[in-house]
Design a binder for this molecule. Structure first.
Ligand SMILES: Nc1ncnc2c1ncn2[C@@H]1O[C@H](COP(=O)(O)OP(=O)(O)OP(=O)(O)O)[C@@H](O)[C@H]1O
Ligand SMILES: [Mg+2]
Length: 234
């Protein structure tokens, strides 16, 4: 079986004064479809840089990223954008919902961009909202929802087009501990029930308890890649 994501000897340097910052340094990582994986590490260790590269938002300085069999470095910008829209769902630290849209309209947005018709959009948005337990709030605008609810709407938006990969960069950074734990548990449930692949970043050690695989970064390098046996709660 081939991997869903292959990060091969990837470095990303950003220019700084007359030198550069090495945000990611010779990182390699392979992720299979259906995995639930956390990228852990302190502030500045390269988590966002790595997620942005895997999400085709940014390009490596050297090395390559293969997404679902496609070498992304070989793609023209338009193809890369199309690949990103089709294959990837993003969840952001600050939710990034459109304030004048209802929850349902926010969730429908990626489908609108893909040219899906209105009735199909409505159906699929309702199913996505149901899967995060918020169907009853479909008609509400984000400002009437709690932080935890807003992030669940953002998760519904990230999965509505059935992406091969969901990337979440510190999705719990603006949530309290209770809501943070709930959000990670929700993503894990969706990973199990729908077979969706999730990669999320966090620097909160407490959120890693139920995470089967943890990749740890330090100073832009992968310093640990741990798989854990599932603990059965049967
Ligand atoms: N656009 C940029 N220009 C210059 N330096 C950058 C840029 N993006 C990231 N860096 C630097 O690269 C390093 C890694 O940054 P990155 O944002 O990936 O870390 P992080 O692990 O996500 O940190 P945090 O936990 O604070 O979000 C840092 O030293 C950062 O200052
Ligand atoms: Mg970051």
């Amino acid at each position: 079986m081939d991997y869903l994501v292959k990060v091969e000897a990837v470095s990303r340097r950003f220019p700084l004064d007359h030198s550069y910052v090495s945000a990611l340094d010779d990182a390699s990582l392979r992720v299979s479809a259906g995995e639930f994986l956390a990228i852990a590490g302190p502030s500045g260790s390269g988590k966002s840089t790595l997620l942005n590269l895997m999400g085709c938002i940014d390009k490596p300085t050297s090395g390559r990223i293969v997404l679902d069999g496609q070498d992304t470095s070989a793609l023209k910008p338009a193809r890369l954008t199309a690949l990103r829209r089709e294959k990837i769902g993003f969840v952001f630290q600050t939710f990034n919902l459109i304030p004048v849209f209802t929850a349902s309209e926010n969730v429908e947005y990626p489908l609108l961009v893909q040219g899906v018709g209105a009735s199909e959009r409505g159906k699929r948005a309702a199913a996505a909202l149901e899967s995060v337990g918020l169907l009853s709030r479909a008609g509400q605008r984000p400002d009437l929802l709690s932080g935890g609810e807003r992030q669940r709407v953002a998760v519904a938006r990230a999965i509505v087009h059935r992406p091969a990969l969901v990337l979440a960069d510190e999705p719990t950074a603006n949530l309290d501990t209770h809501n943070a734990t709930q959000l990670i548990d929700l993503m894990r449930d969706l990973n199990r029930s729908l077979g969706l692949t999730f990669i999320f970043s966090t620097h909160d050690q407490r959120l890693l308890e139920h995470t089967p695989r943890i990749v740890r970064l330090c100073d832009g390098r992968v310093v640990e890649d741990t798989q854990r046996q599932e603990v059965s709660h049967g």
